[in-house]
Design a protein around this ligand. Structure first.
Ligand SMILES: [Zn+2]
Length: 384
């Protein structure tokens, strides 16, 4: 093989990632169509496709060999070439999934937790990953990476600077997992990951500007603008759970007062209800228990006030409500909609869609696997 300059190698790597990305999105697809959509030369596509075939990242099928010996022309992305692990660390649960390279869940592990010291959660996460690895099917690349969503402030290097509802500061989860499992690890804020999960696989697939409201024990927001996750300068965007909606209001886990999440989160709900779980409150609402219905109505209104502020600020196409409180959709949807109708600027309401998460509890876990696969395709696209 002729030697390439560094620049040529970069171009080739990028082209290869582009071809693989296209195959993932548009398969089944022919070589000619890849050339047309990507704008690359047919000869370039052909040589990249040959490498990808050798690497088993794609495979061929089609009409089969004709009498003239023509090669089958249809190409498929090999979603089983490897697997990704996605983990969602909540304040009261840990969820872990194994997916193929197209985000289909093969195996999941789920555990409720009632305390969150880092060593305790780390042990649960480690055991879950290990058992997924033991149970997963054989594949060429095995685990291509692990993604973790956490309810906290994560910098672009993957350090968890602060997760107030977990009681964590300066946690090096990425480093710890990489040392244990020797695969690339990506840590993301759970709301950012949830937004990407819904955009790629769920309720947000047809929209450009999406605000994902992750309403769990705390509230976080993931912002997608022009189809891209908006992360801010350091990756800290979307901490709207701490926008102040009540001067001198209730104290919040962040140390301030009057934050939105002190009024509209699962935590706020449990405080008001004097119940030990969202599930038990839902059971009461199902039998039309008046106090339970009133509490959901109140929480819905408070969610609506915050969402009003968000819609007036971003003029999004879509707001998606996800995480634990989406389980109570039946009782919180109407008060949310009524609050928005009453308060949000009319211009901003037109053509704005309010939806609930389609992936339900999987938004964050699937979102982090999307990051993992994306990075595998870009970085990996095997140097040869
Ligand atoms: Zn706060």
């Amino acid at each position: 093989m002729e030697t390439m300059s560094w620049n040529q190698q970069i171009v080739k790597k990028n082209n290869k990632a582009l071809v693989l990305q296209l195959m993932m999105e548009k398969e089944p697809i022919s070589r000619a169509d890849i050339a047309q959509v990507s704008g690359l030369h047919k000869a370039t596509v052909s040589s990249l496709v040959n490498e990808l075939l050798e690497e088993e990242l794609i495979f061929e099928s089609g009409p089969g060999e004709s009498s003239g010996g023509r090669r089958p022309v249809i190409l498929h992305f090999n979603k089983a070439a490897g697997y990704a692990i996605g983990i969602d660390i909540g304040v009261n649960y840990v969820l872990c999934v194994l997916t193929d390279l197209k985000g289909n869940i093969l195996i999941e592990k789920n555990q409720s937790v009632n305390r969150t010291p880092y060593p305790f959660i780390m042990k649960i996460v480690q055991n879950m990953i290990q058992s997924l690895m033991d149970e997963m099917p054989h594949s060429r690349y095995g685990i291509v990476g692990i993604g973790v969503g956490v309810p906290g402030i994560v910098n672009k290097e993957g350090s968890i600077l602060l997760a107030p509802n977990l009681g964590w500061t300066n946690i090096q989860l990425k480093k710890d997992l990489e040392e244990l499992f020797h695969v690339p690890v990506i840590i993301e804020n759970e709301a950012n990951a949830g937004a990407v999960g819904e955009q790629q696989f769920g309720a947000g697939q047809d929209h450009q500007n999406i605000i994902y409201v992750s309403a769990g024990i705390g509230i976080g927001v993931g912002i997608i603008l022009n189809k891209e996750l908006y992360q801010g300068k350091n990756g800290f965007s979307g901490e709207m759970g701490h926008m102040i909606i009540n001067l001198n209001g209730k104290p919040c886990s962040c140390g301030s007062r009057g934050c939105w999440e002190a009024y509209a989160s699962e935590n706020a709900l449990l405080e008001m209800a004097n119940q030990d779980s969202l599930e038990s409150l839902i059971r009461l609402a199902e039998i039309r228990d008046e106090p339970a219905l009133n509490i959901f109505d109140e929480i819905g209104k408070y969610l609506g006030y915050g969402i009003n502020n968000i819609i007036n600020t971003f003029n999004p196409d879509q707001v998606i409500i996800g995480n634990r409180l989406a389980l109570a959709k039946e009782w919180i949807e109407q008060p949310i909609r009524t609050t928005i109708e009453k308060h949000t600027l009319t211009y901003h309401q037109s053509e704005m869609q309010l939806d609930f998460s389609k992936l339900e509890k999987y938004s964050t876990a699937l979102g982090v696997t999307a990051f993992v696969v994306d990075s595998f395709i870009k970085e990996d696209s095997k140097t040869s």
